[in-house]
Design a protein around this ligand. Structure first.
Ligand code: GBH
Length: 485
């Protein structure tokens, strides 16, 4: 797949270039240092849930490669690194006692990053909920949101001086709808009402955590949330198709943007989901708690969707267990008259369509709606079938994907979108949730047998982008010099 956009666009000197990972996807050491099980440990150990029975027990073994991984980041020239804290590593039961050894792991990692001149962006929740909290109802239980606020408070106290930007949640859409409606993510529940309760309690968790961080670190402490806002196209301008798109926008995007940034749920969500839930879990005062002025809004973007009025194919919109496209349950709660259509190609190895214009459209919409809110691309990247050859990994398709999407970010900025940084997903190959190790998103290749790290061509290309602040030609690869190697 060749590039579709020109090279050569230049970015401002204060634009931040980074890369992202998540704890369960890279750390491994699942039973080390006092860590207890998360919902993903339980889920991945349940036969049939993850392709080939893969688990995060070892993952990319980052826990035992911290020094080497930070050296690789330095070699690439990363200015920022987005990581997540495994809640069950720092607070095994999800409430009560904290675990010093787990906190020390992250303190050491943050110190190494800062010593290397790399700004740490820390996500508090990237899907690894302590199993003990799930046993009490997980995100369907309001108490989980309260516990999350306390966990956030303690992390701010312990690590606050070392973190450049806090992110409360990563993609609450996935936690709520893939976790509790389609069930293709942990905890694997398939109940629309449970998913809507999870939506609200995740919103509440965000508000409580953001407030706790600011109580500890001050009113101007940098706080964000990362959303995977869905860019959905209507198949035609027939009002029924346009309404199908509006339903998806409401259930996927507005249920988070509304409360977090505007102080209310969209009225339409109550009517669209009336057959599923009465939303009685929303209590007085919750909406005041959830709305917090954000320092930045994190945007994860991969692809687009297309809908028309019609009969839904169950399972639309998410990975199914064991490599099947569908779990038989839809994540689109309440959208009973919306049909998802296949998007024209090209596609990545995930089957997701490649459409950089979707990112331009999304950023311009956010610019119009929240002109004073700075944005940051907290994830963008692609899985492809990488070829390892003589110790080198040539991944021209990944280079083309990142090349075109970075240019798209630049186009949106030229049109007035206030974007402050870009984080490529992912720094290294890792556990791709329901797909296990079958899908590789890294700019650094991981040999899962030996733990060997090999920067791919895309890492050398990304290094050239960071060095020049200008989108390089796809074949322009910097020389990577790994400190201490
Ligand atoms: C992110 O999820 C995660 O934050 C990260 O942990 C993960 O590894 C990475 O992306 C890659 O998956 O399913 O065909 O309808 C992204 C999840 C991807 C879910 C796009 C919705 C829509 C395409 N989203 N997907 S489809």
């Amino acid at each position: 797949m060749p590039t579709t956009r020109p090279s050569g666009r230049t970015f401002p000197t204060d634009f931040l270039w980074g890369s992202a990972t998540a704890s369960y996807q890279i750390e491994g050491a699942a039973a080390k240092g006092g860590r207890t099980a998360s919902i993903w440990d339980t889920f991945s150990r349940t036969p049939g849930k993850v392709l080939d029975g893969d688990t995060g027990d070892v993952a990319s073994d980052h826990y035992h490669h911290v020094a080497e991984d930070v050296a690789l980041m330095q070699a690439i020239g990363l200015q920022a690194y987005r990581l997540s804290i495994a809640w069950p590593r720092v607070q095994p039961g999800g409430s009560g006692e904290f675990n010093e050894e787990g906190i020390a792991f992250y303190r050491d990692l943050l110190d190494r990053l800062r010593a290397a001149g790399i700004a740490p962006v820390v996500t508090l929740y990237h899907w690894d909920l302590p199993q003990e909290l799930e046993d009490a109802g997980g995100w369907t239980n309001r108490e989980t949101a309260v516990a999350f606020g306390e966990y956030a408070r303690r992390m701010a106290l312990e690590l606050g001086d070392r973190v450049s930007l806090w992110t409360t949640l990563n993609e609450p859409w996935c936690s709520a709808y893939l976790g509790y409606a389609s069930g293709v993510h942990a905890p694997g529940v398939t109940d629309g009402a449970a998913a809507l309760a999870a939506v609200h309690h995740l919103n509440l968790a965000h508000g409580l955590a953001a407030r706790a961080i600011r109580e500890v670190l001050g009113e101007d402490a940098p706080v964000s949330v990362t959303l995977n806002l869905h860019v959905t196209r209507a198949a035609s301008d027939d009002p029924a198709d346009v309404d199908a798109k509006a339903q998806i926008d409401t259930i996927a995007n507005e249920v988070f943007l509304g409360p977090m940034l505007e102080g209310a749920y969209p009225e339409r969500v109550f009517t669209d989901t009336a057959a599923v839930s009465d939303w009685s879990f929303v209590q007085d005062g919750d909406l005041e708690t959830i709305r917090v002025p954000l320092t930045q809004l994190g945007v994860n973007y991969y692809s687009t969707g297309r809908v028309r009025a019609g009969v839904p194919a169950v399972g639309d919109g998410g990975p199914g267990p064991d490599g099947h496209k569908s779990s038989g349950h839809s994540p689109w709660v309440g959208a009973t008259e919306v049909e998802f259509l296949p998007q024209p190609g090209p596609h990545t190895a995930m089957g997701w369509n490649i459409e950089p214009q979707g990112l331009v459209d999304l950023l311009l919409e956010l610019r119009d709606r929240y002109p004073a809110l700075p944005l940051v691309i907290t994830e963008n990247g692609a899985a492809f079938e990488d070829v390892v050859e003589d110790g080198r990994v040539h991944d021209p398709e990944r280079i083309a994907y990142v090349h075109d999407h970075v240019d798209a970010v630049g186009e949106a900025m030229a049109a007035g979108a206030d974007v402050r940084g870009y984080f490529v997903w992912s720094l290294m190959d890792n556990f791709e949730w329901a797909y296990g190790y079958s899908k590789r998103f890294g700019i650094v290749h991981i040999d899962y047998t030996t733990g060997t790290r090999t920067p791919k061509d895309s890492a050398a290309w990304y290094a050239e982008l960071i060095r020049t602040r200008t989108v390089p030609a796809p074949d322009a690869l910097a020389e990577l010099v790994v400190p201490g190697a």
